[in-house]
Design a protein around this ligand. Structure first.
Ligand code: S3P
Length: 174
């Protein structure tokens, strides 16, 4: 059976949303971005964190993941911390081909520097990125496939993901 969704996970600034949009066009599947859905329902992520704190945000994020993973033939892109709760890791793994996007810390820092909407990166950016990468070192390891996006174009990343997805689907049939 073909894995029913393609799901992108990874640290902030690894390109999940950008790659997800391009991948959705190539696959001709809808792109569902969990952060985007949360913002539509609840307002800005920055405000949610400031008003209610991270645990509350994680609850809404978990609910959103439960809901979107019911569907199929979607490109699902997730927030960088969505992998922290075991229940999310299980839901993601059970409902799609999970692709981890990575990048070097320097690349991540360069990509996120101008965006002030990430509550967990406020303060000293370099320190925050290195600390969170250390804290989360093991949380992303459940992925089915990993792409280091540091030196690749969006098109190259999409190609490699589609190729792997097709390969995995073929292997399952044979
Ligand atoms: C977070 C990543 C963000 C967003 C929120 C928390 C995290 O998503 O969900 O700010 O904990 O890593 P992106 O990975 O899309 O930036």
């Amino acid at each position: 059976m073909r894995k029913k969704n393609i799901i992108l996970i990874g640290f902030m600034g690894t390109g999940k949303t950008t790659v997800g949009t391009a991948l959705a066009q190539t696959m001709q599947w809808p792109h569902v971005d969990t952060d985007h859905l949360i913002e539509e329902r609840e307002g800005s992520i920055l405000e949610i964190f400031h008003k209610h704190g991270e645990p509350y945000y994680r609850q809404i994020e978990a609910r959103c993941i439960r809901q979107v993973t019911v569907g199929s033939q979607q490109i699902i892109t997730t927030g960088g911390g969505s992998v922290l709760l075991p229940e999310n890791r299980i839901a993601l793994k059970q409902n799609g081909f999970v692709v981890l996007l990575t990048a070097t810390p320097e690349t991540i820092i360069r990509r996120v520097r101008e965006d002030k909407n990430r509550p967990l990166l406020q303060g000293n950016l370099e320190e925050r990125v290195h600390q969170l990468l250390r804290d989360r070192e093991n949380a992303y390891k459940f992925a089915d496939y990993t792409v280091d996006t540091t030196d690749l174009s969006v098109e190259q990343i999409v190609d490699v993901i589609v190729e792997q997805y097709n390969q995995v689907s073929l292997d399952e049939v044979l």
